[in-house]
Design a protein around this ligand. Structure first.
Ligand code: BV8
Ligand code: ZN
Length: 242
């Protein structure tokens, strides 16, 4: 019975994406899980003894820059060895086929761009850029491992990501909301939908009349309210519907 039901949901999601003129996608850490990058939360998500909410803050960095930087340097080294997976590549295919496509990601790992996605909105920034805490200059730095860096002006460099309590980059966030409000289908992949304002894109899509397809290995707060809730790993499900 469950198999049959899944097949019907899969077909429904595939048809919705096939007939969509405009698609917006929101991805979270779950799409990078099959690339070997641990998620923040959930059963499998085991960070190296750190708790994101405590360390991904400007206060933590101001207080213990070396400790916070150690966590980011560890993640950068992990991501540098990781490859995009079939889920990332399925979204590259989808972008080629859909006339209006926007990929909104909460991930800072850069794997969507490495897979070949073009229109990517990194609403929580990127782990590959550093920003000076004194003059705010920002630059890309790919070297791993990397000790805590100082800017030429002497200021300590932080990861150019959005920490808890910090606002999202305004232009990127505006564009993300615009894309969600005008899409026919909103595809939500691998996010626990607990971090705001990103998670607010799901009710925004619903109020704008978009059909929502969710891909996750476990139910989320929004699973009952979406048109198609596909229960499975992104690397297996996305190639079947994109
Ligand atoms: C803001 C970048 C305010 C850094 C991240 C109380 C106190 C203080 C703040 C708040 C509060 N209540 C709400 C807030 C706001 C806060 C917030 O939402 N907190 C949460 C914890 C409740 N939000 C903020 O602070 C935001 N800023 O609100 O500003 C403001 C407003 C105006 C003016 C001034 C200030 C900033 C939030 C951004 C924080 N930065 N990351 C970094 O990466 O180091 S958040 C972090 O969580 C990542 O970006 C991550 O992407 C994001 C969300 O997590 P997920 O991606 O969903 O990952 P998660 O592990 O949770 O889930 C993985 C999912 O994948 C699971 O569902 C799992 O089942 C699934 N999965 C696993 N494997 C697979 C899979 N699915 C498919 N296939 C698989 N194989
Ligand atoms: Zn500087």
């Amino acid at each position: 019975m469950k198999e049959q039901m899944d097949q019907r949901i899969l077909e429904g999601a595939r048809d919705a994406l096939r007939s969509a003129r405009s698609v917006a996608v929101l991805t979270g850490a779950g799409i990078s899980a099959e690339s070997g990058i641990p998620t923040f939360r959930g059963a499998a998500g085991l960070w190296k003894q750190f708790r994101p909410e405590e360390l991904a803050t400007a206060e933590a960095f101001a207080g213990q820059p070396e400790l916070v930087w150690e966590w980011y340097d560890w993640r950068r080294s992990l991501i540098a060895r990781a490859e995009p997976n079939a889920g990332h590549y399925a979204l590259v295919e989808l972008e080629r086929r859909v006339s209006k496509f926007t990929l909104i990601t909460q991930n800072v790992d850069g794997l969507h761009r490495r897979a070949g996605s073009k229109h990517v909105l990194e609403i929580h920034g990127t782990i590959w850029n550093l920003r000076c805490t004194r003059c705010r200059r920002e630059w890309t730095e790919m070297r791993v491992p990397l000790p805590l860096q100082r800017c030429e002006c002497g200021g300590i460099a932080r990861p150019a990501v959005v920490w808890f309590g910090e606002t999202l980059p305004a232009r990127v966030w505006e564009e993300a909301q615009g894309a969600v409000k005008s899409c026919d289908v909103f595809l939500v992949v691998g996010t626990s939908a607990v971090v705001y304002p990103a998670a607010g894109l799901v009710p925004l899509a619903r109020s704008a009349g978009a059909r929502i397809v969710e891909v996750n290995i476990e139910p989320t707060a929004y699973s009952d309210a979406v048109a198609y809730a596909l229960n499975g790993p992104a690397g297996e499900v996305l190639p079947q519907i994109c």
